[in-house]
Design a protein around this ligand. Sequence first.
Ligand SMILES: Cc1ncc(C[n+]2csc(CCOP(=O)(O)OP(=O)(O)O)c2C)c(N)n1
Ligand code: SF4
Ligand SMILES: [Mg+2]
Length: 318
Amino acid sequence: MKTQEAKRKSVKFADGEVTTTEFLAEGHNFCTGCGESLGIRMALKALGENVIAVNATGCAEVCTTPLPYTSWRIPWIHTLFENVGAVVSGVEVGLKILVSKGRIEDRGIKCVAMGGDGATSDIGLQALSGAFERGHDFLYICWDNEAYMNTGIQRSSATPYGAATTTAPAGKQSIGQITRKKNMPAIAAAHDIPYVATASPSYRMDLMKKIKKGAETEGPAYVHVLVPCPTGWRHGGEVTIELGKLAVQTGIFPLYEIENGRYKLNADPPELKPVKEYLKMQGRYRHLSDADIEKIQAMVNADYARLKEKVAASSASS
Ligand SMILES: Cc1ncc(C[n+]2csc(CCOP(=O)(O)OP(=O)(O)O)c2C)c(N)n1
Ligand code: SF4
Ligand SMILES: [Mg+2]
C-alpha cells in the first residue's frame, strides 16, 4: 500500500487535469489489452483515496488479488457474487453509525461496489436491487465484458444476441447467444435512483466524470461500463480502444445519463456507423451471415430510436 503516494494529488476535472497517482498497482494479471483494467484504472483515479470498495468475484478480483498480494491501493473487500449489494449496504450504514457514535471522524468516505456483468445482471441482482430500493448512499459500477469471462467465457444475460460463447456456441444448430442483452441500466433506472449512466474506457474523460458524479450523488448511483475483452471477444489487444469507440459510434452502446429520471445523450453522432464495422473485428461474431448482421442492425436501430425518444421527451419537459 502506497498511501503517501496516493495522497499526493487530488482529482480535478474542470480543467481536464487528472491525477498521476495510480490506485491500481502495476503487476496485476489482467490480459494484455484488457478494457476492464483500463476502466478500473480510470475509475480509481476519479474516485481518489477517500473510498471503500466492495468487489464481487470476477476478473477484477481474480486478476488483482492472488494471495497474499493486492493491486488495490485503496481499502477493498472481496465478496461473493450474491452479496455485493448487501455488503456495500452494511459498510455504508456501519460508517454512518461509527460517525454518529463519535468513534470515527466524518471524512465523507464514499462506498463503491463493483462487479462484472454476471455478478450484476445475474447472480448479484437481488442484493443490488435491495440496496437501490433501500436508498443506500453508494456507487455501483458494472464492468460489462458481456460474459462470465474469468471462468472460461460462459454466456451471461448481458451477452449480446449472436455472440459465440463456450456455453452458447455457434454452429449449424445455433447462432450462438439466442437471447437479447439484458438492459441493466434500464433496470437500475426503474428503481428511481438519482443517477444512472453508461460509460466506456474509450471515452476516458466522460468515464471519469461519470464515476465522480456517481460517487458524489447522494443516494444510489449506477454506472454501466462496456469493457472490450480481447480473450472473450476474440480480438487483438491493440484494438480495444477502437472497439470501444465503435460500440458507441454504431449505436450498439450509446453513452447516456439518466439524472433524476431525465435522459441525456453524451455522444450523438450525426450518422451511426454500420454495426458490421464493430462485429467484423471480433471472433465471437465471425460466424454471422449478412442476414444475421442485418437483423442485429435492425435491433440496434430500434433500440437507439427508443433511447432518442426518451432523450427528446426529457428535454421537452424541461
Ligand atoms: C454462485 C457462484 N457461481 C459461480 C461462481 C464461479 N465464478 C466465479 S467468477 C465467475 C464469472 C464472473 O463473471 P462476471 O461477473 O461477468 O465477471 P468477469 O469474470 O467476466 O469479469 C464465475 C462463474 C461463483 N464464484 N459463485
Ligand atoms: S478475460 Fe477479458 S476481462 Fe478478463 S482479464 Fe482477460 S481481457 Fe480482461
Ligand atoms: Mg463478465
